[in-house]
Design a binder for this molecule. Structure first.
Ligand SMILES: NC(=O)c1ccc[n+]([C@@H]2O[C@H](COP(=O)([O-])OP(=O)(O)OC[C@H]3O[C@@H](n4cnc5c(N)ncnc54)[C@H](OP(=O)(O)O)[C@@H]3O)[C@@H](O)[C@H]2O)c1
Length: 370
């Protein structure tokens, strides 16, 4: 009884409870409790205990999921503006699926002349027919645009400048995310950066005069909060050998830097530029993540992510709301302005990256300068 606690009376340990080598001792007042526990274990079988433990874990998980879903609903930003868009022309890139599709649906309902800038014309035309039927808006047009091709961007812009007399809102929505596959475009550019950053950069230049003529007009850039996981390497702006999955974050970082510098350069022109994070959305953007990585991802996406309609709210807000009149160079999430990390707001980096992008997209002396 060398381990007896001071001030307590010793008890004899039942032989069934003695531990080999000694060391397990109980205090007198602990004995009734012990006896009760032994009786409990005798009554409740071990398998029942296992079931109870599993039930507790499953119950906890369900509660956690419900709590997280409630959090998503509670923090959801919804565009409250009832503004109509009759007489206004909107270009939205990549609206054959996900957030772009729902943004297009909403703006079509508001009466905008909608130009769907898409690379998959079959899908786009099918959706256009659906939209026309659903909204009664006959002013919806499909134009071919592959943002990963500088030539396609130029051809699209040439057509728009030729056909359109105004452009009120340009929404840079299209985006791609490669996971493992390194891809280089026909222009020698890394695919994710070309689609998400360089294509939109060139397109903005080529449409800027039309936007200025239509002032007040807006440029909306769909970036992502995931920019926080990346940084820009100005010594390697076309990172063809970098892990593609990481480049999605880099491209979104570039989108924010681009928007801030664009807003600075457009000051006083009547054209505003803002960017946003749509939330984490159950869309097609995850399509390039393959098994086995896709299995847990799919589960998380289905359980916790927002719908594309919910994801479109901030894009719609930035495109139509009166409270955005004159607001430029800001970052939004859930239809509210949010702060950005300090590094991404560095004006010297923004200016330098702008000049790098001008070279990458081979901006010509005859092209509009911003
Ligand atoms: N989903 C999210 O959780 C999330 C989070 C933050 C930011 N975002 C951003 O939200 C935007 C919309 O993404 P989403 O989630 O709605 O994804 P999505 O469902 O995959 O839609 C992407 C759209 O972009 C188009 N696109 C892709 N590459 C293109 C190219 N080279 N040229 C023209 N169009 C192209 C796609 O057209 P095809 O049908 O031809 O492929 C599709 O219409 C993206 O900028 C994305 O980075 C998404």
């Amino acid at each position: 009884m060398s381990k007896l606690r001071q001030g307590h009376s010793p008890v004899v340990i039942p032989s069934s409870l003695k531990v080999k080598g000694g060391g397990l001792y109980f205090l007198a007042e602990e004995v009734p409790l012990l006896a009760k526990n032994i009786m409990f274990l005798n009554v409740i079988h071990w398998t029942t205990l296992c079931y109870l433990a599993v039930a507790a874990v499953v119950g906890g998980a369900v509660l956690l999921i419900v709590a997280l879903r409630l959090y998503v609903c509670y923090t959801l930003g919804v565009c409250k503006s009832k503004n109509k868009m009759d007489g206004k022309t909107v270009i939205i890139t990549g609206c054959t699926s996900g957030i772009g599709k729902e943004t297009a649906r909403n703006l079509a309902k508001r009466g905008a002349k909608l130009i769907m800038a898409c690379r998959n014309l079959d899908l786009a035309n099918k959706f256009k027919d659906e939209l026309t039927k659903e909204t009664g808006n006959a002013n919806i047009h499909v134009r071919k645009l592959d943002l990963s091709s500088l030539q396609s961007v130029r051809e699209f812009a040439r057509q728009i400048n030729q056909e359109e007399s105004r452009l009120d809102v340009l929404i840079h929505n299209a985006g791609t995310a490669e996971f493992l596959k390194k891809k280089v475009t026909e222009d020698g550019l890394e695919m994710t950066m070309a689609t998400n950053q360089f294509g939109p950069f060139l397109l903005t230049h080529l449409l800027i005069d039309l936007l200025k003529r239509s002032k007040p007009s807006r440029i909306v850039v769909v970036a992502s909060e995931l920019y926080r996981l990346a940084s820009l390497n100005l010594d390697n702006p076309n990172p063809t050998t970098t892990f593609p999955g990481y480049l999605y974050y880099v491209s979104k970082y570039a989108n924010v830097v681009f928007t801030l510098e664009l807003a600075r350069r457009l000051e006083g022109t009547g054209v505003t530029a803002n960017c946003l994070h749509p939330g984490m959305i159950d869309s097609e953007i995850w399509r390039n993540v393959h098994a086995p990585f896709s299995w847990p991802l799919k589960l998380i996406v289905k359980l916790f992510f927002k719908t594309p309609e919910q994801g479109a709210q901030t894009s719609i807000h930035l495109a139509v709301s009166d409270e955005l009149n004159g607001v430029s160079g800001k970052y939004f999430m859930d239809c509210a302005e949010r702060g950005l990390s300090r590094g991404i707001q560095d004006t010297a980096t923004g200016k330098k990256y702008w000049e790098i992008c001008e070279n990458i997209v081979k901006l010509q002396p005859s092209d509009p300068k911003i």
